[in-house]
Ligand binder design. Structure first.
Ligand code: NAG
Ligand code: NAG
Ligand code: NAG
Ligand code: NAG
Ligand code: NAG
Ligand code: NAG
Ligand code: NAG
Ligand code: NAG
Length: 457
């Protein structure tokens, strides 16, 4: 929860019709937050202060300016056994690892808070002047009062076991550029274990194996050591030796992820999504591997030799799929081609010996069924001349009922880029490095889980 910081001045009166957002939200929120805090809440509460007086449009020390806003993080850690000192320490270390000018104030009178501050260095202080209830729970109004007295641009009130990732500061900077008072309330995800720890003197996150990770949009991102690092920008398109090396990395990483127990949807960056394909792909069931067909012929079977496109497929984390992927990776490692032919030759057999009907294969040693996806729903870049349609690929696709379309069957990076941008299927903002597609309907992106197994029968 957030409260405008006040520099020790008198609490600002609410202005009639004013923009004192923080003032207006602080009271109604208070009751709820106190409750949440009492339950050791998973709520991070952020406070931003606009310290200007009304009418003063100058902002000599604009928060978010060159120096960045000064951020004071307030937390009221409970002593053990009501909390875990280890989890508290990881959380506070994560706050200190945030980029920028961050200080931490622990609002507590018990010795474990002093011990924690002692382990973490000068940017962590303990403020014992806090009112507590007879059960030891700090009073919310007292926490807010300490925050309001802080000499900082932004106050953050956060539960002592909540880990803050570096992009928290990006968010705060974003809001601090606003001319308005603001308050951000955030519910955090509840996780039982956080498998990352801080290295490099508390400035970098690393995973269990010591590999460095960054967090982008809340997701851990790491560089795979198998990936070539001499990838050419212009000369890594289909057919080049670089392409062969890079594509082989994909199936190796997919296999690693499958072994961790996750289903994988692999979608090359030249695949445009009109709808979320996951629920359909998942509905094909276990023991099924679904892939795009690269067949360009309008009619006839879609599972002919070498017509499996490995740029769009759905692989489930089951034994049959994992074994088959191991075979593909092994085959690709020893092949002088890209990895795509390995997918077909392993799954459908040489010359299509494992074909079943016009759109399937059955891999005999694993019983994995390979489904070639309908090209009306999952067209490749040659099918139906969709990319060349007069009224645009978008409307042609909507008529056909496409879920996705692949911008393949075009040679060279520039031609591919041109076809993608000229078609209007280019929802990318280079500034934020985000896709602009409106995915706000989150229900379309729910995690797919199998139906619960019934043990009744
Ligand atoms: C978070 O998860 C743990 C373990 O599953 C549970 O004990 C705890 O009550 C949860 N906390 C909240 C705030 O949901
Ligand atoms: C960080 O903020 C504190 C006050 O909160 C200030 O004294 C200090 O100079 C700032 N440090 C930097 C590097 O800006
Ligand atoms: C680690 O960080 C502390 C506090 O920021 C600093 O005093 C110390 O010099 C750093 N040590 C190294 C090896 O960078
Ligand atoms: C990249 O490095 C690999 C391994 O060292 C080498 O075989 C390949 O030729 C290099 N590719 C380019 C484009 O330099
Ligand atoms: C396309 O399919 C039709 C019907 O199956 C077949 O007669 C024709 O030879 C195929 N063309 C190519 C180029 O494969
Ligand atoms: C594949 O299916 C056949 C026939 O149902 C069965 O005999 C064989 O054991 C199965 N193989 C595997 C690896 O499950
Ligand atoms: C995205 O779609 C939702 C409805 O699904 C709508 O409320 C929202 O305003 C849209 N956002 C943008 C940026 O278009
Ligand atoms: C969001 O998706 C659900 C499920 O696909 C759909 O029923 C609902 O109408 C969608 N809402 C909007 C605003 O698009």
């Amino acid at each position: 929860m957030l409260v405008a910081s006040r520099h020790g001045a008198h609490p600002r009166r609410r202005r009639a019709g004013g923009n004192g957002v923080a003032d207006e939200l602080a009271l109604p929120l208070a009751g709820g937050l106190a409750l949440l805090l009492a339950f050791v809440t998973a709520a991070a509460v952020l406070s931003g202060g606009d310290r200007r007086e009304e009418g003063d449009r100058r902002r000599p020390d604009l928060p978010g300016g060159a120096a960045g806003p000064r951020v004071a993080i307030f937390s009221a850690p409970l002593p053990p056994p009501d909390s875990s000192p280890a989890r508290q320490e990881l959380a506070v270390r994560s706050w200190l690892a945030l980029p920028g000018n961050v200080s931490v104030v622990l609002l507590a009178a018990h010795p474990s808070a002093h011990a924690l501050a002692g382990r973490l260095g000068g940017r962590v202080t303990v403020d014992a002047a806090i009112d507590i209830s007879f059960t030891g729970t700090p009073f919310f109004h007292s926490i807010v009062a300490r925050a309001q007295a802080a000499d900082s641009d932004i106050c953050v009130l956060v539960d002592a076991e909540i880990i803050l990732l570096p992009e928290t500061i990006t968010l705060l900077k974003h809001f601090s550029r606003s001319d308005l008072d603001w308050l951000v309330f955030s519910a955090s995800r509840n996780i039982s274990a956080f498998p990352y720890h801080l290295v490099d003197n508390g400035t970098q996150w690393a995973d269990e194996h010591g590999k460095q990770v960054s967090f982008k949009k809340g997701m851990p991102v790491s560089r795979d050591t198998l990936s070539p690092n001499n990838v050419s920008f212009d000369d890594c398109h289909f057919g080049t030796q670089c392409f062969q090396q890079v594509t082989k990395v994909k199936s190796r990483i997919v296999l690693k992820i499958l072994r961790l127990g996750y289903n994988v949807l692999l979608s090359d960056v030249d695949v445009y999504w009109f709808h979320n394909p996951v629920s359909f792909l998942h509905s094909l069931g276990p023991g099924t591997f679904a892939a795009q067909s690269d067949e360009f012929n309008q009619t006839g079977p879609i599972n002919m030799p070498r017509r499996l496109n490995s740029g769009f497929y759905y692989a489930r984390s089951d034994d049959a799929t994992i074994t088959a992927m191991e075979m593909i990776v092994k085959h690709a490692t020893n092949s002088g081609l890209s990895e795509q032919p390995s997918f077909y030759d392993i799954l459908c057999g040489k010359d299509g010996a494992n074909r079943i009907g016009d759109d399937r294969c059955l891999e005999p040693s694993t019983n994995l069924t390979i489904v070639f996806l309908s090209r009306d729903m999952f067209p490749n870049g040659a099918y139906g001349g969709l990319w060349e349609k007069k009224h645009g690929v978008s409307s042609a696709c909507r008529e056909l009922g496409c879920v996705i379309i692949h911008n393949n069957w075009v040679n060279g990076r520039r031609k591919k880029l041109h076809r993608q941008m000229a078609s209007g299927l280019w929802d990318y903002d280079p500034g934020s490095r985000l896709c602009l597609q409106n995915w706000s309907n989150a229900s379309r992106f729910s995690v797919q889980t199998d139906d619960p197994v019934s043990y009744d029968s």
